[in-house]
Design a protein around this ligand. Structure first.
Ligand code: HEM
Length: 492
């Protein structure tokens, strides 16, 4: 609707009562690809209806930054949905919690705790390297007997163990029943939350028998039992003097809020009830495992497609580190080509191509468009990362685009690049994820050359859209590199 008094609404897809724009969204393409295509007809920023919800889709970086950065606070809300309410006890976590004083306080504590374990601290490096070593040993066992290997479960275990060490100060070996249960429930949650869209568009569907919702509730119940067990154990031997992990850090913050009689806050109002603490730890698992594992799977798939890129990374590793010691975090600055490759993987296959939906907390605007309070805003990172105006041949995998003209320094060649989002809702695990990607990939490539096993085809690069954009299953052949065959007997 045009108004002579103020900005206009964005162009709008046709919509019907109840079902909204569903008919215009029928497509074999996943939503991020469809939204990118719809730009041709409706422009870069357009409005559609999901049931009765107004949803604005942003496909271009200037508008994306206005939403995330310049007006970050206005657009910091999150929608309440049926599945995320089940997952987070009505938004008592960080990722799906609505913007509030409690959310701000909570996010600050977790951020502080992650920093404590983060860069500059040896502990996170030790944790990741221990997992990288165990991963390399498993791969070399498979390589020794010439097995075509599905790396996915091994990568998941490594990344899960990093998060477990960080949150609970514990890790698991292969086959541990608690660990296997954890993997099963995670998969159940990932599978069902992905299918959630219909239930979210029509919340009244909930009253009908719904097998997916039942499965989700079942998996969440198993997750919560495990979280509760860890929580009880931590409470039982908590001490103010030692901080072993994230759960200790959260418990300490909760206790100090409870003991704080001078300031008008209490543990409940600042978001430190038992529920909040449990849901936050659940969040770190939810947001930290699937995303990082998926990026690693994409990276391996692209490396198999591009043996030249693999060789160049290995050359960099051989000349800068050699074969006498494994890579360390402090090597990051001297391995620009590996860093550029990681950046390119995050660009070409963003695991969260639509970020997490944002919500306008008051009437506002995006560019010249009017935005009503309560409107959901979806940033289509896929469009930003594949914008032909910003990237040469965006579908081409080319790590060199992140290197300067000498090929030695790192750059970000376009502002249309936001793999972790930006602003007050920026990914809380960005630093951790980058450390994991660097260490896991450098360890793997120092030890092995990855290729397609005989009689297998190259991994598909198309991807399957769910909670995250996943590659389809594939197998690899890992060939131990000469210098490391000798060292293996000492490390495994
Ligand atoms: C949010 C990307 C790993 C914790 C997000 C968002 C993106 C993202 C795009 C949404 C930003 C928005 O809605 O505007 C990634 C990628 C990862 C990764 C690409 C791996 C390569 C992690 C890890 C953790 C984590 C390891 C945990 C330690 C979170 C949390 C949020 C979030 C808690 C919600 C923040 C909020 O709503 O305030 N991430 N992430 N992420 N991420 Fe990550």
């Amino acid at each position: 609707a045009k108004s002579s008094h103020g900005p206009q609404e964005p162009p709008r897809l046709p919509a019907l009562p109840l079902i909204g724009s569903l008919l215009s969204l029928q497509s074999p393409s996943p939503p991020h690809v469809l939204f990118k295509e719809l730009q041709k007809k409706y422009g870069e920023t357009f409005l559609l209806m999901m049931g009765s919800h107004r949803v604005i889709i942003v496909n271009q970086h200037a508008h994306a930054k206005e939403v995330l950065l310049k007006k970050g606070k206005i657009f910091a809300g999150r929608p309440r949905t049926v599945t995320t309410d089940i997952l987070t006890r009505d938004g008592k976590d960080i990722a799906f919690g609505d913007y509030s004083a409690a959310w701000r306080f909570h996010r600050k504590i977790v951020h502080g705790a992650l920093c404590m374990f983060g860069e500059g601290s040896a502990s996170i490096e030790r944790i990741i390297c221990a997992e990288a070593q165990s991963l390399c040993c498993t791969v070399s066992e498979a390589a020794a007997v010439g097995l075509a290997l599905d790396l996915a479960p091994e990568l998941t275990r490594a990344v899960t163990n990093v998060v477990c060490s960080l949150c609970f100060n514990s890790s698991y070996s292969r086959g541990d029943p608690e660990f296997e249960a954890m993997l099963r429930y995670s998969q159940g949650i990932v599978d069902t939350v992905a299918k959630d869209s219909l239930v979210d568009v029509f919340p009244w569907l909930q009253v009908f028998p719904n097998a997916d919702l039942r499965l989700l509730k079942h998996c969440v119940a198993i997750r919560d039992k495990l979280l509760q067990k860890k929580y009880d154990e931590h409470k039982a031997d908590y001490s103010d003097h030692v901080q072993r992990d994230l759960l200790d850090a959260l418990l300490r913050a909760k206790r100090s809020a409870e003991n704080n009689n001078t300031v008008d806050i209490n543990a409940e109002s600042v978001g430190l009830s038992d529920d909040h603490l449990l849901m936050t730890v659940g969040d770190i698992f939810g947001a930290g495992v699937e995303t990082t594992t998926t990026v690693l799977k994409w990276a391996v798939a692209y490396l198999i497609h591009h043996p030249d890129v693999q060789r160049r990374i290995q050359h960099e590793l051989d000349t800068k580190i050699g074969a006498d010691r494994p890579p360390r975090l402090s090597d990051r600055g001297s391995l620009p080509y590996l860093e550029a490759t990681i950046r390119e993987v995050l660009r070409i296959r963003p695991v969260a191509p639509l970020l997490i939906p944002h919500v306008a907390l008051s009437d506002s605007s995006i560019g010249d468009f009017r935005v009503k309070k309560g409107t959901r805003v979806i940033i289509n990172l896929w469009s930003l990362h594949h914008d032909e105006k910003e990237w040469n041949s965006p579908e081409l995998f080319d790590p060199d685009r992140f290197l300067d003209s000498e090929g030695t320094g790192l750059t970000i060649p376009s502002s249309s690049y936001l793999p972790f989002g930006t602003g007050i809702r920026v990914c809380l695990g960005e630093a951790l994820a980058k450390m994991e990607l660097f260490l896991f990939l450098s360890w793997i490539l120092q030890h092995f050359t990855l290729s397609v096993p005989p009689d297998h085809s190259l991994p598909s690069l198309e991807g399957k859209f769910g909670v995250v954009l996943q590659p389809t299953k594939y197998k690899v052949k890992a060939t131990p590199r000469p210098g490391w065959q000798r060292a293996k007997s000492q490390t495994c």
